[in-house]
Design a protein. Structure first.
Length: 352
């Protein structure tokens, strides 16, 4: 395989949380024309820093995926099409992008997405090494090898899995658990006839993309009605995550943790509470950690201003429950204090 910087080992003291300030999309206010909070990734990191979970030097710095990296999955023809601004405008659903010179589009829109894609590939190897990893961005599940859409220009989930299959001995089976509100038609198309990949997808059956062809790749299809609420949702997620992992024992679990299931999301059409999202992530991590399956989480869709706080709260919850841990990140903090916090959080969890 080609040489890639994405698989170089990060400093050993780092948490397997991958991020770069380059994730955030900002230019001349144009990002405001999309319902997407284009700075949500940086906000998640800021919340985690405020809570003293991490510090800048403890996060793994994401690197941009190169053309050579992208060609592991993408066709040259597809990558060439991204040199047309109107194509990128269609994929990202930000119409004014069509009128910008492509070098601006490359720098302001595609480079952030390529850096998030590099982050997912890096997090794949970290998950295998450390048992878990979180890319604070990524989850571009509508993009396949030769077609983008729905804000997804690169197939980061497919890439992370193909990289592991090709480069990491002992990784030959993968499960994707896609819990974004939308059907993950990109990775479904990419792995359509691949017996090494098991896909579970829970989504609102009435919204974008409604890709009937891609649905044939889903081994466990959980089609949700408009306005589905916490109780029904969590019960279904629990049942099907357990079922999926009992049915097929993967070497890596890729968890697409979209927050667009949140009540009030203009595109998701579901009605899950912030607490419901935190609980959902906990269900997935518990199932994976109990079976010692490495888990890679990506953050995917989520189109409201409050989603960054929810993602951060979920990561803090996973940590307080002992489902994720790095070195003691808050340097100088007393372990006894951390243990007290963890124990009280457990007690609260038992009450609820």
């Amino acid at each position: 395989p080609h040489r890639t910087e994405l698989y170089e080992d990060p400093p050993s003291g780092c948490w397997p949380i991958v991020y770069s300030p380059d994730y955030n999309i900002t230019f001349m206010g144009l990002e405001k024309l999309h319902p997407f909070d284009a700075g949500k990734w940086g906000k998640v990191i800021n919340f985690l820093k405020e809570e003293k979970l991490i510090a800048d030097d403890l996060v793994v710095q994401a690197r941009e995926a190169t053309d050579e990296d992208l060609l592991v999955v993408h066709t040259r023809r597809y990558l060439n099409r991204l040199k047309w601004s109107f194509v990128v405008a269609t994929i990202t659903e930000i119409p004014p992008v069509a009128f910008l010179p492509n070098f601006v589009v490359q720098r302001k829109v595609l480079r952030p997405l390529r850096t998030q894609t590099g982050g997912t590939i890096m997090a794949g190897k970290l998950a295998v090494d450390r048992g878990w990893a979180i890319n604070v961005g990524g989850g571009f599940h509508h993009c396949s090898s030769d077609k983008g859409g729905g804000f997804c220009a690169y197939a980061d989930i497919t890439l992370a899995i193909k990289f592991l299959f090709e480069r990491v001995p002992g990784v030959s089976k993968a499960t994707i658990i896609d819990l974004d509100a939308h059907q993950g038609n990109g990775h479904e198309r990419d792995f359509m006839d691949d017996p090494r990949v098991y896909i579970m997808d829970a989504y609102n059956r009435y919204i974008y993309p409604g890709d009937g062809f891609a649905k044939r790749a889903i081994k466990r299809k959980v089609e949700l009605e408009w306005g589905t609420e916490d109780t029904e949702y969590l019960q279904k997620v629990h049942t099907h995550v357990e079922g999926a992992l009992n049915e097929f024992k993967p070497d890596i679990l890729v968890y697409n943790a979209g927050t667009d299931i949140l009540d009030g999301d203009p595109l998701g059409g579901l009605a899950i509470s912030p607490q419901g999202i935190v609980k959902r992530d906990e269900v997935v991590f518990r199932a994976a950690r109990r079976r010692r399956i490495p888990v890679l989480m990506v953050t995917s869709g989520g189109y409201q201003k409050r989603t960054a706080r929810i993602i951060a709260d979920s990561i803090l919850n996973l940590h307080s429950l002992g489902l994720i841990h790095g070195q003691l990140a808050a340097r100088g903090a007393q372990p006894s204090l951390e243990q007290m916090v963890r124990d009280s959080a457990k007690d609260l969890g038992n009450l609820s």
